[in-house]
Design a binder for this molecule. Structure first.
Ligand SMILES: [Zn+2]
Length: 731
């Protein structure tokens, strides 16, 4: 048997544990040694007490039994930062109060690696009552919370489980409570929103309030106490299975209880304390922490403020993580998406108690609500078309390309675009909030049809809405200019369910509230708002329904013949606000005469949570992204393509500009075009510029745009913004 040599930085004497001592870093050459060869033995033991009054102590060690040095990240084990939670400690079936820190950490990096020579050991002595309240005599069951290390290999970072033993501790008498880690603090500065701040500057306070508002908005949605039933969003959805494992009543109840406690806890104003980079507790990838039980304060390191607003490990998502510790006493069994996903698969009973699982569950629901024409629900926008009576879904991919199609309708879907009879293809949105976007059409008979999307990319008839107009079907303007012009389907009142928005021939914008996959029967008309240019070319050209000001209600965006683009803001009651104008008469719309701007869509290219106006300019041959702003106006345009993008709208050569949606699934909308039988995806970036992306279909995808033969791209809203007119007529 190998002799175990204790290497120098290992600390054995409880009296001199110094958590600031760091293990040595490995050298560059050796760390990619195949981590599969890792042979680590792990042991936990109770150190016998020297006197009845000495504190209970554990010895934890990891020994390299292999023949070569081992490199791994050991931060799941209590060798440094002892104030963090490393153990589960139960007396009977009751968890013991932990008075230390629960932290949110960045993913480990190579800088966190330690190296252990063959035969060497890492070991430490851990004083249990420094952080756990052993307040009664009895038997305590103790096990490591995360008996694992991380290794880096050719495929990146990977977790390796260790076979660490559990121990029993027999206490003849209670031990004194831990020294509280709470630093005495004067009360923080209270904000109007009820939050209070300590050592946070004005910018940090604003960022925290923004993040807190999103968390407060999303948590009731995840819980299902929002307007929508839980069954619509959580329990029956793919999000639930993904983060909390196969659905059981018992686990679903636990998740409900925890979400409920968090939502309740948020009613009390939260106190936030900001910490500088140099503080020791902010070292080594620490983003935030809380001290549950003893304190309701959320501690934030500077690293927190570098996080995004949209995506995963967002500012607001990190707050959800911390709130789950504070109010629902969750643990950190695992960190990061891969390990938390695996926890839901393998140990779902732990997943329902793991903070990151709550964070990612709620963040995924949020991402799923973003409009993205994602029928199969994989987080990538799909190219959705109809042709020859069938519906086609070409699944979007991370590579900014589209995969092989999945077909629906088998020749029975008759588009109204060319002869006015059949279906007007309105939108691809998630009507029933199951994470799969649905196809919404309105028949020339004035009936609305919702075809629910599925994971495979097919759609099936879900809801049929007849009699929307006081018992009659909607009279559509398409045949005679009288009645309703359907614009699209989007959540304009902020209750999550997409609503049908129309413009009536008298200039009223009429809204039909959405509910449970269809419509609710409520209708609100805002009189005298828009003179639509749809039938006569005079007035306003509708561009899109999208959330420009970031209040999570879609707005109606239209360009007027006076050179102004108006944003009519959605409101909670279903009416629309008066138009907020941008460009002050300088937005020259090309749809009248072939010169100026051709609107492509309104979608969030920059990833700031506000939709941006995307147009093509027919003189400069650039596209422009005008960023949406909180006051519902558009900011200065960011050009792309340096004069090389040729639109086919007027001369039938160049690119057909299909729309703006997030194909690669990174949260930023991409520009999708069609030319020469190919689909082009130009990836959106945070500065508003489009960069190169992918090309699909190798010249085989026909567009029906000019000859009626081939694919109609549904998200193009061709009937509205793609009717190009020149002095000699309209195409
Ligand atoms: Zn945590």
């Amino acid at each position: 048997m190998k002799r175990v040599r204790i290497i120098p930085f290992v600390l054995l004497l409880p009296a001199c544990i110094d958590p600031t001592v760091e293990p040595e870093l490995s050298d560059e050459e050796s760390w990619r040694a195949d981590p599969a060869e890792l042979e680590l033995a792990c042991s936990v033991s109770v150190i016998p007490k020297q006197t009845p009054d000495s504190p209970s102590q554990l010895r934890v060690s990891v020994v390299n039994l292999g023949d070569s040095p081992a490199q791994f990240v050991a931060r799941n084990l209590p060798f440094a930062s002892p104030e963090r939670e490393y153990f589960t400690v139960d007396r009977g079936d009751q968890p013991v109060d932990f008075w230390g820190l629960r932290v949110k950490l960045e993913a480990p990096t190579e800088a966190d690696l330690v190296e252990l020579d063959a035969g060497d050991a890492l070991a430490t002595v851990y004083t249990l009552s420094d952080y756990y309240h052993l307040d009664q005599p009895g038997t305590y069951d103790i096990a490591l919370l995360r008996p694992s290390v991380h290794v880096f290999g050719a495929e990146g970072i990977r977790k390796v489980e260790l076979a660490c033993n559990a121990v029993e501790l027999e206490l003849a008498k209670a031990e004194p409570p831990p020294e509280p880690l709470i630093e005495p603090d004067s009360p923080g500065q209270k904000s109007a929103e009820g939050a209070s701040f300590k050592d946070c500057d004005a910018h940090q306070q604003a960022e925290i309030l923004r993040a807190e508002a999103v968390a407060k908005w999303m948590l009731p949605i995840a819980l299902g106490t929002h307007t929508f039933g839980r069954s619509q969003v959580a329990a029956d959805s793919k999000y639930y299975d993904e983060w909390f494992g196969a659905h059981t009543t018992d686990r679903a109840q636990k998740v409900d209880e925890k979400l409920d406690k968090i939502v309740e806890g948020l009613d009390e104003g939260i106190e936030y304390k900001c910490h500088s980079k140099t503080e020791r507790k902010c070292e080594k990838g620490t983003i935030a922490w809380v001290i549950p039980v003893l304190s309701d304060k959320v501690h934030l390191c500077e690293r927190f403020f570098e996080k995004d607003d949209v995506g995963w490990d967002t500012k607001w998502g990190i707050l959800v993580h911390e709130f789950s510790h504070l109010f629902a006493l969750t643990h950190d069994y695992e960190y990061g998406r891969p390990d938390s996903l695996a926890l839901a698969d393998n140990q779902p009973n732990k997943a329902v108690k793991n903070a990151d699982n709550y964070e990612y569950f709620v963040e995924d629901i949020y991402l799923g609500l973003a409009p993205r024409h994602d029928v199969d629900g994989d987080g990538h926008s799909d190219l959705v078309t109809t042709a020859w009576g069938s519906g086609f879904v070409y699944p979007g991919k991370s590579t900014s390309t589209f995969g092989s199609y999945v077909a629906s309708f088998a020749g029975t879907m008759n588009t109204a675009l060319f002869d006015g009879a059949g279906h007007w293809l309105l939108d691809v949105v998630d009507m029933n909030l199951d994470g799969h976007d649905d196809l919404v059409t309105i028949g020339s008979d004035g009936v609305m049809y919702v075809y629910f999307g599925t994971a495979s990319g097919t759609v099936y008839t879900g809801v049929v809405e007849a009699g929307l107009d006081g018992g009659d079907n909607l009279d559509l303007v398409f045949d005679d200019g009288v009645g309703y012009e359907p614009i699209g389907v989007a959540d304009t009142n902020g209750n999550l369910a997409p609503d049908l928005v129309t413009i009536r021939d008298d200039g009223a914008v009429c809204w039909f509230g959405g509910l449970n996959g269809g419509l609710s029967g409520s209708k609100v008309c805002t009189a005298g708002l828009i003179d639509s240019a749809f039938m006569d070319g005079v007035g306003e050209h509708v561009i899109d329904l999208a959330d420009v000001n970031g209040d999570r209600r879609a707005d109606l965006i239209a360009a007027a013949d006076d050179g102004t683009v108006y944003v009519y803001t959605g409101t909670a009651g279903g009416s629309f606000g008066a138009g907020v104008g941008s460009f002050a008469g300088t937005y020259n719309l090309a749809l009248y005469d072939g010169f100026g701007h051709e609107p492509i869509g309104v979608a969030d290219v920059t990833g700031d949570g506000r939709a941006d106006l995307v147009t093509h300019h027919h003189v400069s041959n650039n596209t422009y992204v005008y960023p949406g702003q909180a006051n519902a106006t558009f900011g200065s345009g960011v050009p792309s393509f340096a004069g090389t993008m040729n639109s086919s709208l007027f001369d039938q050569t160049g690119h057909e500009l299909i729309g703006v949606f997030d194909v690669d699934g990174n949260g930023l909308a991409d520009l999708v075009t069609h030319a020469g039988g190919n689909a082009f995806v130009y990836r959106g970036t945070q500065n508003g510029q489009f960069t190169s992306g992918g090309v699909s279909f190798s010249g085989t995808l026909n567009s029906s745009r000019f000859d009626g033969d081939g694919h109609e791209f549904i998200t193009e809203r061709r009937q509205h913004r793609r009717r190009g007119c020149t002095p000699t007529g309209c195409l």
